[in-house]
Design a protein around this ligand. Structure first.
Ligand code: AMP
Ligand code: ZN
Length: 472
């Protein structure tokens, strides 16, 4: 039997193309990760959930995965935050990184294979800049910054398809920095300012003390861990320009090889019609979901109910509908677990559902169609279970298919009632938190709290001790 076709939209060609990993076995993915200066918002997590879906569908297809997601732990916002508080950049980024992982765990986003930090890869970044300078694609300007010369790189603009001349003309008007040769040239390496030195964001380089530009870290870490040509590079749609365009220029300028075979981008999460963004002040976080008792399964259902390449508007009505939807899935899961047998028709229904869901997911990750098929399955299977059949094989098939679909979508909420394993774990973490507080190690106490909350458990301190409860 021929292997099923797996298709993905490639931003590079603006087409849905047939995909398979270069080596036939392992899909090498690079995802642009969070800037760890504030907890990621649900818009960021929509993108990370699209990447989680991609991972799980790749696993369903039978390939292995090696995914690298970077953590941007040095940039303007982080340095500003550190300077204002008189601390180092790592004191800003370490606790936020912990929250990121706890939030990710709450949302059931699978672990990537690697989460490298930008600050651990300064030598690799410097090596790329040296190659670009050597190839005359980069130059040192009077202000001590090393810029990439976009005019010298033939392919500039191929991903974003912006008319580079137009971009340049527009940018020139705004340019107040005359040390660049061209207004659109971007910084590879920036000369250190006093606040960079004070916050631990400056390193030695052949061009003096400085720090990397944002785009550079992704080229360096992607190529270090995944090779010079990746299978898939992904991120949110706002990264196409300039971030990914500049990553291509740096990487291909240095190696002369295509940087990534596929580029995949997820659309925005909106609130009240505008992009969810920290600077607009319209963000909601995973903590808000926990506080409002929205189960991870419901948020996943909400996100997957719209195709990843379409905008998605968040509203309380939509979340309520998802909460209700996954409650039905939980009831069905319990019924399926308790059933003893079913009618033979259920086997046929399960097989049809399996084929329909797989086809949808392999067709550019069409989760909304897959979800729709899952709910149709639940309705039809409930009707079959009402008929009290005696076919054990049909029941087994239904269980198997339901589990397989849920291994990708992961939309069944945890069963209600105390879970002894969880209870033991929470008690153990609460003891560790109490010890940390006794030693006045509040950073550690906070990170333990985040870890506990990451498993959907709310805790409340009172004079009688700490109480906890599992959120719905
Ligand atoms: P940042 O931490 O700002 O670097 O963003 C991390 C990821 O979230 C990037 O892939 C962004 O493209 C993505 N992102 C930012 N805002 C949104 C949004 N409102 N909806 C979906 N993805 C977003
Ligand atoms: Zn990146």
């Amino acid at each position: 039997m021929a292997a099923p076709d797996f298709r993905l939209h490639n931003t590079l060609t603006r087409k849905i193309e047939s995909f398979s990993p270069e080596d036939g076995k392992t899909v090498r993915i690079y995802s642009c990760g969070p800037t760890v200066y504030k907890p990621a918002h649900l818009g960021n997590f929509r993108t990370f959930m699209f990447e989680d879906l991609l991972r799980r569908v790749i696993a369903l297809r039978g390939w292995k995965i090696f995914q690298v997601m970077n953590l941007t732990d040095v940039d303007d916002k982080i340095i500003k935050s550190a300077s204002e508080r008189g601390i180092s950049i790592s004191e800003v980024t370490t606790p936020i990184t912990k929250i990121f992982h706890a939030d990710r765990a709450f949302l059931r986003i699978e672990d990537a294979e690697l989460y490298p930090k930008a600050t651990d890869h300064i030598p690799e970044m410097i090596a790329i800049v040296e190659r670009l300078v050597e190839r005359k694609l980069a130059y040192l300007a009077d202000d001590g910054t090393v810029y990439f010369a976009i005019d010298k790189f033939k392919g500039y603009g191929k991903l974003s398809r912006l008319d580079t001349r137009e971009v340049k003309a527009g940018a020139r008007v705004l340019q107040d920095d005359y040390s660049k040769e061209n207004a659109q040239d971007f910084a590879l390496w920036k000369a250190a300012k006093p606040e960079d030195e004070a916050s631990g964001a400056a390193w030695d380089s052949p061009w003096g003390r400085g720090r990397p530009g944002w785009h550079l870290e992704c080229s360096a870490m992607a190529m270090k861990y995944l090779g010079e040509t990746l299978d898939i590079h992904c991120g949110g749609i706002d990264l196409i320009f300039p971030h990914h365009e500049d990553e291509i220029a740096q990487s291909e300028g240095a190696t002369g090889k295509p940087f990534s075979r596929f580029w995949c981008h997820g659309e925005f999460l909106l609130t009240d019609g505008s992009k969810m963004a920290k600077r607009l002040g319209n963000v909601a976080t995973v903590q808000d979901l926990r506080d409002q008792g929205v189960p991870a399964a419901a948020f996943r259902h909400f996100v997957f109910s719209t195709h990843y390449r379409k905008q998605l508007n968040m509203s309380s009505d939509a979340l309520e509908a998802s909460i209700e939807g996954v409650r039905r899935l939980a009831d069905f899961a319990a019924r399926l677990a308790e059933a003893k047998a079913a009618t033979p028709e259920l086997e046929k229904i399960a097989e049809e559902t399996d084929a329909e869901v797989t086809a949808a997911l392999f067709d550019d990750l069409n989760a909304p169609i897959a979800l729709g098929a899952l709910f149709t399955f639940v309705r039809r299977a409930n009707a079959e279970l009402d008929r009290n059949g005696v076919d054990k094989r049909a029941l087994e098939k239904a269980r198997e298919v339901f589990a397989r679909i849920n291994s990708v979508l992961d939309v069944v909420p945890e069963a209600a009632g105390p879970d002894p394993e969880l209870a033991r774990w929470v008690e153990d973490r609460l003891t560790a938190r109490k010890e940390a507080r006794a030693q006045r190690d509040f950073a550690r106490a906070d990170s333990i709290r985040a870890e506990i909350e990451g498993r959907g458990v709310a805790i409340e301190d009172s004079p009688q001790g700490t109480k906890w409860k599992k959120l719905r």
